[in-house]
Design a protein. Structure first.
Length: 199
């Protein structure tokens, strides 16, 4: 039995932190896992920037409410879910993802959670498990699933390489150059065709 594991940000929806950086006028928050492979280092730095500017969960959620899925993402997901099981594996947080999941038709999402103070300040975060994407793919494989994965960033590479098939989608030129053996696509119909080819 197959299961497709998809990254969320950069694949199905725009990068939340980039959208927030643009809305808040804090360009340094544009850094994502495409730029910094160490997620803990990246998040610790982000939370420091938020503290420095007095920004919290409410301000980020206000920006997220205006974000729509990437053009064609919902249609891609709808068709894919008719063919096989799909789970979104993301390093985002429950408090960020809910409105985006509603716009995508409520697909299954495994992500993390934020620690939020009563005043709305984000004080920390809880990762669901270590190396969450790879750990989840290996757990699914131990249940008898063959995994097919697609993502765009450094933190997707392990799950992409661990399964029956894996693809880069809307990735950076640098990642595509560093991993020329991983098929790379820019458009949803092409990714869908590639997944159909290995189902």
């Amino acid at each position: 039995m197959n299961i497709v594991c998809l990254d969320m940000e950069g694949v199905l929806v725009p990068e939340i932190w980039i959208a927030f950086a643009q809305a808040s006028g804090i360009p340094e928050l544009c850094r994502t896992t495409r730029d910094e492979p160490d997620y803990d280092k990246l998040m610790t730095w982000r939370l420091g920037v938020l503290r420095e500017h007095g920004l919290g969960l409410a301000e980020i959620q206000a920006v997220i409410a205006k974000i729509d899925p990437l053009p064609g993402a919902k249609e891609f997901l709808d068709e894919l879910r008719q063919l096989t099981q799909v789970v979104i594996l993301s390093d985002t947080f429950e408090q960020f993802a809910k409105p985006l999941m509603a716009k995508l038709g409520w697909p299954a999402l495994f992500c993390n959670t934020l620690e939020v103070a009563p005043d709305g300040a984000i004080t920390g975060y809880q990762m669901r498990c270590p190396k969450s994407k790879l750990t989840t793919v290996k757990a699914l494989q131990s249940c008898g699933f063959e995994t097919i994965a697609a993502g765009d960033s450094f933190n997707d590479l392990a799950m992409i390489q661990a399964g029956k098939a894996g693809f880069l989608f809307k990735s950076t030129d640098q990642i595509k150059a560093d991993y020329p053996d991983i098929p790379a696509f820019e458009e949803f119909p092409d990714l869908l065709d590639a997944i159909k080819g290995v189902l």
